[in-house]
Ligand binder design. Structure first.
Ligand SMILES: [Zn+2]
Length: 483
């Protein structure tokens, strides 16, 4: 076995609060009002860009089809001599004249990356092109940022404004200084590492934090992925369990890690309590009511939504960290995760009904990458719990409530550990498909009739509806802008 030596640059972000270090030229109220204007204009720019991009896409696809070469025409042919990035840059400098050019470029890069990510889905019609809501983040280029420490405090200096704007404000150097307000020591350490040169900072986003009524900064930073002597072909398998919500095992070893069921139960109770509050506030606010005071009345609703989102993010952060640490501790070069996207809601197990497995997967991927671990989260979900990991025999009868008892070789095992071991097997998809062929089992399995596992009652469905409703509104705010 060889050891991996990965020297890949990793990019992550850290978020902190900004405490304005006042200058005589610009009061805090003035600054806030300037930032608000910029936000509005950024939103305008992004929404205009979306419209433009849609036209560009359609024209480009039409031209590609017409040419019949299977290749896209150069942007210049589609856009009368311009590249899409140039067109956007022009739009940005015109629509957001208050910001300096580097920041305009950062805004362009951010929308372009978003549109390109969605391109295929938009083309298929499964997604519509992003529309940008209020409170858009303000993109700041890496060059417009300076960090420094003074008297035990950390500061960030940001060049936000364009030359014209600076002149209008009578504020020549236009450098806005903030004290960095990081609630965690780890967060401060990241900034200090940027200062010492161990990390290097990149671009940032200024985000208005409605709850605190202040501005936050999301700063990206780069560092070398750690060489932690992973064994490239050692696999950590992660699966949704029957007895435990999520279960991990290291292939060929006894090592295992799981989230205790009661933790998720606690989580579910909290979310349900929050959601009850949510339904009540919604009733109070009046469905679909508009007019004076509506916004005010919706405030508690937004509060609760924020709480649920924060709570979930927090939990996913804790869990993903635990799983990745487990993989690192066991020197797994690979993490394999069972993919549940093709699976019906009911199979997703009651535990996870109120909790997003996809978010957990995403967090695991993100953290694992930083450790140089390769993640395959597309392991097919078929028969991983019914297959005996010792002899490969697949049967529904192998599963006997808490215990897995192989009907072929007699091997007895914890059901979730057995499944996680399967997921931790190299080429498991192929192996299971072949085994099915040999045993004459349909692959993929035929869909079961609904009534076989009629667990969820009507109550649960209503709850899920509310839940989805909340979730939908979160997506944009939290992750839509990650770049
Ligand atoms: Zn067996």
């Amino acid at each position: 076995m060889t050891k991996t030596k990965k020297e890949e640059k990793m990019v992550q972000t850290t978020r902190f609060g900004l405490l304005y270090d006042k200058t005589p030229q610009l009061s805090y109220d003035e600054l806030k009002s300037e930032l608000r204007t910029i936000q509005r204009n950024i939103r305008q720019f992004k929404n205009n860009a979306a419209t433009q991009f849609f036209d560009y896409m359609s024209k480009r696809e039409a031209m590609k089809a017409e040419m019949g070469t299977g290749k896209y025409p150069p942007d210049e042919d589609v856009l009368d001599g311009l590249k899409i990035s140039n067109l956007f840059y022009k739009m940005a400098t015109e629509t957001i004249p208050e910001i300096q050019t580097g920041n305009a470029s950062a805004a362009v890069a951010s929308v372009l990356s978003r549109f390109n990510t969605d391109y295929k889905d938009v083309l298929k019609g499964t997604k519509s092109l992003a529309s940008f809501k209020r409170d858009q983040p303000i993109n700041i280029s890496g060059d417009a940022i300076k960090l420094y420490a003074d008297g035990g405090k950390l500061y960030i200096i940001i060049s936000i404004f364009s030359t014209a704007k600076r002149q209008a404000l009578g504020f020549k150097n236009g450098q806005i200084k903030f004290e960095i307000w990081h609630k965690s020591k780890a967060g401060c350490d990241i900034v200090r590492k940027c200062l010492s040169g161990e990390y290097s900072h990149g671009s940032a986003m200024l985000i208005y934090n409605k709850n605190k009524g202040m501005w936050d900064c999301n700063l990206t930073y780069k560092f070398d992925a750690k060489d932690n002597s992973l064994i490239p072909d050692r696999i950590c398998g992660i699966d949704i369990g029957f007895l435990f919500p999520v279960y991990a095992a290291v292939g060929g070893s006894h090592e295992r890690l799981y989230i205790p069921g009661n933790e998720i139960d606690k989580h579910r109770r909290t979310v349900e309590a929050l959601r009850r509050g949510f339904s009540q506030s919604r009733k109070f606010a009046g469905e679909g009511s508009v007019g004076h005071g509506y916004k005010k009345r919706m405030e508690p609703v937004n509060d609760i939504k924020d709480k649920i989102a924060k709570f979930r993010n927090n939990k996913n952060h804790v869990y993903s960290k635990r799983f990745v640490e487990f993989a690192v501790k066991n020197r797994c070069g690979i993490i394999q995760i069972r993919d549940l996207s093709g699976i019906t809601e009911k199979t997703k197990e009651a535990f996870l009904k109120n909790w997003s497995y996809d978010d957990l997967k995403r967090d695991i991927k993100y953290k694992a990458k930083a450790q140089g671990i390769i993640v395959d989260d597309k392991i097919k979900p078929y028969y991983t719990s019914q297959r005996c990991f010792k002899c490969g025999y697949i049967s529904e009868d192998n599963m006997n409530k808490r215990d897995f008892v192989c009907q072929s070789c007699g091997h007895k095992e914890h059901v979730d550990y057995n499944a996680a071991q399967n997921v931790a097997t190299k080429d498991i998809d192929l192996i299971i498909e072949r085994e099915c062929e040999i045993q004459g089992i349909p692959y993929p399995p035929e869909k079961k009739k609904k009534k076989e596992r009629g667990v969820a009652g009507t109550d649960a469905e209503t709850e899920e509806d509310v839940d989805e409703d909340i979730e939908e509104e979160f997506v944009d705010e939290d992750f839509g802008e990650a770049s």
